[in-house]
Ligand binder design. Structure first.
Ligand SMILES: Nc1nc2c(c(=O)[nH]1)N[C@H]1C(S)=C(S)[C@@H](COP(=O)(O)O)O[C@H]1N2
Ligand SMILES: [Mo]
Length: 350
């Protein structure tokens, strides 16, 4: 793993790990905001608290979660909103992730819908908040709390997971419970989840009102010298494709086939095509797409490319989805969120 910071821990997955559909837990990226993580917990006394505008507030033990509800599972990718931030130009502040703040896992847990149904949501519910048990170093640092609209929380796809790839969620990824919001950026995937609250008005906490916001225009883009005046919370995963191999800067053999491969991410919208270019985007060739393993997982793509002669090549990859979205040439925002612009890497053939 590539260590970005240790307090709080931020760890990035090396590219080679992305040559498989599922990311092993020990290689799954790690991203915490607050320095006081949960590093010990008595799982026998732990309770998930469900409160707010509900008829019956709940305090659910791990055993309750595993026995009082029908389990559900999904294979879904989690991608940090700031994945690939280091590639924005001009540079933006924040963790300088390359392309490794992403992973796909099989999540097993309980539907938020079922938990809220047991609690009995009252009339007038608007938002549901999810609170992490991690804390800031100083009093006054806001707890990590994200919110979803009540209809989204109740859609049956949002899970409170207690297993990741068949194991308890690792401590570094949010043991004992992690919210899984398929198709949405991982900022919503609250780990070390301790509390769920139903609100009858829109939630206005720091992590929704101040952080993780993006320009309020369809391309979610702005210019350094004219920042967007209006921002909205960042929500669904933007279409993006990346190279896993060759690695940026790799040396390859002229005249010999190079097995190029990579990943394409979406918010659950089906992928229609992935195209490969070896001439900086002047000509494009359809890449081969691996079968879809799950609506919310990434797809893996492959293209066999033979560099015709020694030299330097700029390789590009571009995806199109079933709604006709394609990746833009350029995109920028002050926080380096939601990278979607076309990936370019340089390789040298000898
Ligand atoms: N409690 C808590 N949950 C959290 C965070 C956090 O700081 N605290 N960070 C979020 C962000 S920004 C990301 S990208 C993902 C990272 O999940 P991972 O560490 O399992 O990769 O967790 C999300 N859930
Ligand atoms: Mo993130």
């Amino acid at each position: 793993m590539r260590l970005l910071t240790d307090r709080p821990p931020q760890l990035e997955t090396p590219l080679e790990v992305f040559k498989q559909d599922i990311t092993p837990n020990e290689y799954f990226f790690v991203r915490w905001h607050l320095s006081q993580l949960v590093t010990r917990i008595n799982i026998d006394t732990f309770r998930l608290r469900v409160a707010g505008a509900v008829a019956h507030p709940l305090e659910l033990s791990m055993n309750d979660l595993k026995t009082k509800f029908a389990p559900d599972s999904t294979i879904a990718l989690a991608v940090c909103a700031g994945n690939s931030r280091s590639t924005f130009a001009p540079k933006v502040p924040g963790s300088q992730w390359k392309n490794g703040a992403v992973g796909t896992a099989r999540w097993k847990g309980v539907r938020v819908r079922d938990i809220l149904a047991m609690a009995g949501v009252k009339q007038g519910a608007v938002d549901v908040t999810f609170r992490g048990m991690d804390k800031g170093a100083l009093p006054g640092v806001p707890d990590f709390i994200k919110s979803l609209g009540i209809d989204h929380a109740m859609d049956g796809e949002v899970l409170i997971a207690y297993e990741m790839n068949g194991e308890p969620i690792p401590m570094l990824n949010g043991y004992p419970l992690k919210l899984v919001v398929p198709g949405w950026y991982a900022s919503y995937w609250v780990g070390a989840l301790g509390g769920v609250e139903v609100l009858t008005s829109a939630y206005k906490g720091f992590w929704m009102e101040k952080a993780y916001r993006i320009a309020a225009n369809p391309g979610m883009t702005e210019k350094p010298d004219s920042l967007a005046k209006e921002t909205v919370p960042l929500t669904t995963i933007k279409l993006h494709s990346v190279f896993v191999s060759p690695a940026p800067g790799a040396a390859v053999a002229a005249g010999k086939p190079v097995a190029a491969e990579g990943l394409v991410f979406t918010d659950g919208t089906a992928i229609s095509t992935v195209s490969f270019s070896a001439d900086s985007g002047a000509t494009w060739h359809p890449a081969q797409l691996n079968p879809e393993i799950s609506k919310y997982a990434w797809r893996r793509w492959k293209y066999s490319w033979t560099p015709p002669a020694p030299g330097t090549y700029q390789l590009c990859v571009r995806a199109t989805d079933a709604k006709g979205n394609t990746q833009p040439l350029q995109q920028w925002n002050r926080s380096g969120y939601a990278r979607g612009f076309i990936e370019r890497i340089t390789v040298t053939a000898r």
